[in-house]
Every structure is written in structure tokens, then in C-alpha cells.
Design a protein around this ligand. Structure first.
Ligand code: NAP
Length: 304
């Protein structure tokens, strides 16, 4: 039996009813290279025109260790000032709760002010998905939940997500939330497969969370593999990519999307052609045999 695995064409954002594209575009690297608002707008258009409607940013993006906190949000805000109609075409996700260089603050007063600051920078009335970027161990989840619920009630954010949380941290935050989590955002790629077996994706399926995969190409490492294991993963993806007439990066996105949790890979490229190319992942057909061959290469050992 070698039937294709089913990959749905559209996705809903958790239980929210908000329709999202099955592949997202991320703006971690958006404010690098002194990009002008007009150049930045071209990247936004490349994503939207390719049918990629979920755009993921964070207040910390742009921070390079010396400053620049908020720059990626501000740049998107400038794009939206130039072309306000783009806001209607996107589902806008952002994140907060990290205060560099000293990390992690989700106290009620800080988190509420961070949400307001993101809205100001983004030039928006509301953020569709607000994610806690990384958990703050020093804030009780009940306090975090109350701040986020208040922000939903005020119309500042529409839905809530968590990134880089353990399964227990997700469970604890969700327990206190009135407006329960709709998304999670761990690192997942053919080079980073811990989620497949540590319960995070099982929990996402059980709770109906949309799992967004950050760094789906290992931050670019999959395109320049160094170790024997990474080269084996790349070579396995290349074989399938060649058969289906796509690139290695598209095969990596497709591999993630074939998982039953409905993983949404976040494309990290800031190159218009590479962003648009990502949408080809929807054309891929995966057999169990091909899918598991990539997993085995990533594990570095046969399955039992
Ligand atoms: P990635 O897709 O794993 O890596 C993208 C990098 O690979 C870019 O520098 C890109 O360069 C490079 N690349 C080289 N060849 C490429 C090719 N053929 N196709 C595509 N990219 C190629 O993703 P990422 O940028 O590390 O992360 C993606 C998104 O995940 C971020 O934007 C952010 O939204 C999210 N993220 C979240 C967290 C978190 O803690 N929640 C952490 C990290 C990232 P070019 O731009 O030149 O194409």
C-alpha cells in the first residue's frame, strides 16, 4: 500500500474559525540590511500574492544585541501605512514577553504595555495571533492568562499562542485562560525532529492547536549541511524533490506539512522568489515510505 498522505489545502487557526494559509512567512530577518519600506512591501506582496496569508513577526525582531528592538514590527507598520489595504489580506501574528538583553518578562504591567507598544509600531488596531515568545519562569501562568484575556476582551488581540513552551507549560497556561490557546510555535525541521516524539505535536492535536514550525530549514543549515547526518537528510530530501520537480527547501516544507498535526512551516527567506517558491510545497505527494525515509535519515538510525 503506497497511497499518498493527505495534505489539506487550507487550515483554520486552532479553534478560532480564522482561515489561514497552510504555509506562513516570518519576519525575523525582515529589518536586516536596512531595507526601505518600499523594499519591505515587495516581500509582503510576494507572500500574499503566493497565497501565504499568515505573517509572523515579534517585538524582539530586529534586535541584534545592541538595539533594534521593535524594528521588524515598525517596518511592517510603515508598509501598512503606505498600503493600508494589505492589512485585510493578512492574518497578523506577533510575539512578546522578552525584554533584551535581560530576557523574559510576562508580569501583568510589562506584558500589557508590550501589547500596546506592538500595536503602535504595527500601525494596527488589533493583532490576530499574539504569542508569548518564550515562557517567563518568574510569572505565574494565572497572571499571564489574565493579561492575555484582558487584551482579547479589549479587542487588542484576537487569539493567543505560545512559543517554545513545554507541554506542561502549555497545559498550565491553558488551564488559566478563558480564551484558550489556538497555536503553538516550536522549532521543527527535518534537522530538528524532537517534537515528533516528545509529545508536543500530540498535545497540539489533542488540544486542537495549530503548530507553527519555526526555522523549517534549520535557519538555512539544510541548504549547507555540514555533518554526515545533515548531509544524509539533505540527500534524502533531494531524491524526493527531484522526483517531484521541486527544490530541497520546498521538499522540507512539504515534509512538515504532511504530518497529521497540520504543521504550518514559517518560511524565513527574505527573497521574493524563494518566498513565492514555498507555495509549491502544496503540490507535493508524500507516500509513507518517502516520509519515513526522511525521518530515518534525521534520526540517524533505523526505526525499531
Ligand atoms: P529558515 O527557513 O529555516 O531559514 C531561512 C534562512 O535560510 C534565510 O537566511 C534564507 O536566506 C536561508 N536560505 C538559504 N537558501 C534558501 C532557500 N533555497 N530557500 C529558503 N531559504 C534559504 O527560517 P528562519 O528564518 O530561521 O525562521 C523562520 C521564521 O520562524 C522566522 O522569520 C520567525 O517568524 C520564526 N522564528 C521563530 C522563533 C521563535 O522563537 N518562535 C525563532 C526563530 C524563528 P534568504 O533570505 O537569502 O533566502
Amino acid at each position: 500500500m503506497n497511497a499518498s498522505l493527505k495534505v489539506p489545502r487550507g487550515r483554520l487557526l486552532g479553534s478560532s474559525g480564522i482561515a489561514i494559509s497552510p504555509i506562513a512567512w516570518g519576519m525575523w530577518r525582515f529589518a536586516e540590511d536596512g531595507r526601505s519600506p518600499a523594499e519591505a512591501a515587495r516581500l509582503v506582496h510576494a507572500a500574499l500574492d503566493a497565497g501565504i496569508t499568515l505573517l509572523d513577526t515579534a517585538d524582539i525582531y530586529g534586535f541584534n544585541g545592541h538595539g533594534g528592538f521593535g524594528e521588524a514590527e515598525s517596518l511592517l507598520g510603515k508598509v501598512l501605512k503606505l498600503e493600508p489595504e494589505l492589512r485585510e489580506r493578512m492574518v497578523l501574528a506577533s510575539k512578546g514577553g522578552i525584554t533584551p538583553p535581560l530576557p523574559y518578562n510576562q508580569s501583568a504591567s510589562y506584558l500589557a504595555s508590550a501589547i500596546d507598544a506592538s500595536l503602535r509600531r504595527l500601525n494596527c488596531a488589533t493583532i490576530d495571533l499574539y504569542q508569548i515568545h518564550r515562557p517567563d519562569i518568574l510569572t505565574h501562568p494565572q497572571e499571564v492568562a489574565r493579561t492575555l484575556d484582558d487584551a482579547v476582551a479589549a479587542g487588542k488581540i484576537r487569539t493567543i499562542g505560545a512559543s517554545n513552551f513545554t507541554t506542561a507549560q502549555i497545559e498550565a497556561l491553558n488551564h488559566f485562560l478563558g480564551h484558550e490557546l489556538v497555536a503553538t510555535q516550536p522549532e521543527i525541521s527535518p534537522l530538528r525532529i524532537t517534537c515528533f516524539e516528545n509529545g508536543e505535536l500530540d498535545q497540539a492535536m489533542r488540544l486542537g492547536l495549530t503548530p507553527f514550525a519555526w526555522s523549517p530549514l534549520g535557519g538555512g543549515a539544510l541548504l549547507a549541511p555540514k555533518s554526515a547526518r545533515d548531509r544524509a537528510v539533505a540527500s534524502q530530501l533531494d531524491q524526493i524533490a527531484k522526483e517531484q520537480g521541486v527544490s530541497r527547501s520546498v521538499a522540507a516544507y512539504g515534509w512538515l506539512m504532511a504530518h497529521p498535526a497540520g504543521i504550518v512551516p514559517i518560511i524565513g527567506s527574505q527573497n521574493t522568489a524563494r518566498i513565492a517558491e514555498g507555495a509549491q510545497a502544496l503540490t507535493m505527494q508524500w507516500t509513507r515510505q518517502d516520509w519515513y525515509a526522511v525521518l530515518v535519515a534525521a534520526r540517524g538510525e533505523e526505526l525499531p
